[in-house]
Design a protein around this ligand. Structure first.
Ligand SMILES: *Cc1c(COP(=O)(O)O)cnc(C)c1O
Length: 378
């Protein structure tokens, strides 16, 4: 089997290895067979290791869906009756969590910050102190729209000080940035198979504190398909998903995780870091400016400002690169025109050097002056 290799610089789904692609081609199997349940049992167990979660204290629950299903599930399932969610929001993904709360009509305290600022811990503590009804604190680890890293360990410590459960969207860091669930004060985190572990889209998972999950048995049920306790309970009793799992995607995830452990947590993080540096080098050489101050960047996503050049066209540059096997991605900041280059997936620095040859050629084809220009010295 020969499949064309594309270099995806979008923030997931990420470039996968051929062996992960091939792992999906398996004999047909009914997922209610014990053989398949055993596969998911070991997958759940192995996923715990990606965040160094002890199986005595933590569990992993799988869902069929894209990463957003985890946001929905954690928020609708982990809030006790009459209690309130607090979201520290400095970007598009925490805004999505706010929308989920609004859709379910969950009581919400939102602390909003500009996209290029980090949450104010003092303000967070005051809010927690002032309102003992806050039972669930939520934020996003790496805001994938901008690449800003939030101080989850500190936020988690505050949540625990005021007896709240701490839920973090780690979709764009898990299995990339090394995470120790206990050290980071995380009660529940999440990701989907298409991102850090470099599997296929359609399988998502939540890793969380077993005792807290079991306590949520009696919390209000706000969704049927997307309830964390129901899915957990079904897994514990039968080893299976409540409803049909994404069978072939599970096989790909098993292979992807095997390759994750073969590569190793630190070497993989170093590879992402090499890719990230190569992206910055390429951008610097062409005069591009990014939007998040360097010390706050997670090291996986670079949000880049459009140059002030009348010949610049994201679409044209995108299409030129796309036709040559490289995918760049639009930004996610309402108030500023940006595009994104990401360091996810099975790629290395040589891919980025090749990309910048094509990218520079695209700028020339469009008539964009290089180095690129900005009107003000921001
Ligand atoms: C990718 C991502 C998600 C999930 O997005 P889907 O489009 O549903 O896969 C959630 N949170 C973060 C931070 C992400 O980067």
């Amino acid at each position: 089997m020969k499949v064309k290799r594309n270099v995806l610089l979008n923030p997931g789904p990420a470039t996968t290895t051929d062996t992960v692609k091939e792992a999906q081609v398996v004999p047909d199997i009914c997922p209610r067979e014990e053989e398949f349940a055993e596969l998911m049992r070991s997958l759940r167990f192995d996923l715990l290791k990606t965040v160094h979660a002890s199986p005595d204290k933590y569990t992993c629950v799988l869902f069929c869906g894209s990463g957003t299903i985890n946001i929905d599930i954690c928020l609708n399932s982990l809030l006790p009756e009459g209690k309130k969610v607090m979201i520290l929001n400095n970007g598009a993904y925490s805004s999505r969590a706010v929308e989920v709360c609004n859709y379910y009509g969950l009581p919400l305290k939102e602390l909003r910050y500009p996209f290029d600022e980090r949450p104010d811990l003092k303000e967070a503590e005051e809010a927690l102190k002032a309102d003992p009804d806050i039972a669930l604190v939520y934020t996003t680890h790496n805001e994938t729209g901008t690449g800003i890293m939030n101080p989850i360990r500190e936020i988690g410590a505050l949540a625990h000080k005021y007896n709240a459960c701490f839920v973090v969207d780690t979709t764009s860091t898990l299995a990339m940035v090394p995470i120790d669930i206990e050290k980071e004060n995380i009660d529940f985190c999440m990701a989907s198979a298409q991102k850090g572990i470099m599997g296929m889209a359609g399988l998502s998972f939540i890793i969380g504190n077993k005792a807290m999950l079991e306590a949520s048995k009696d919390y209000p049920k706000r969704s049927y398909y997307c309830n964390l306790y129901l899915q957990y309970d079904y897994f514990e009793k039968t080893g299976e998903m409540h409803f049909t799992p994404p069978v072939q995607t599970v096989y790909a995830a098993v292979q992807a995780l095997k390759e994750y452990f073969e590569e190793g947590e630190m070497p993989k993080w170093e590879r992402h870091t090499r890719v990230f540096r190569a992206i910055h080098e390429g951008l610097d050489r062409l005069g591009f400016k990014d939007v998040i101050r360097p010390e706050w960047q997670t090291g996986l996503v670079v949000a880049v400002r459009y140059p002030d050049d009348e010949n610049w066209s994201f679409e044209k540059v995108h299409n030129y690169c796309y036709e040559r096997g490289f995918t760049i991605y639009p930004g996610k900041i309402a108030s500023l025109n940006t595009f994104r280059l990401c360091a996810l997936g099975a790629i290395d620095e040589e891919d980025i050097r090749e990309f910048f040859k094509v990218f520079e050629q695209a700028l020339k084809e469009c008539g964009v002056a290089v180095p690129v220009r900005y009107n003000e010295n921001a």
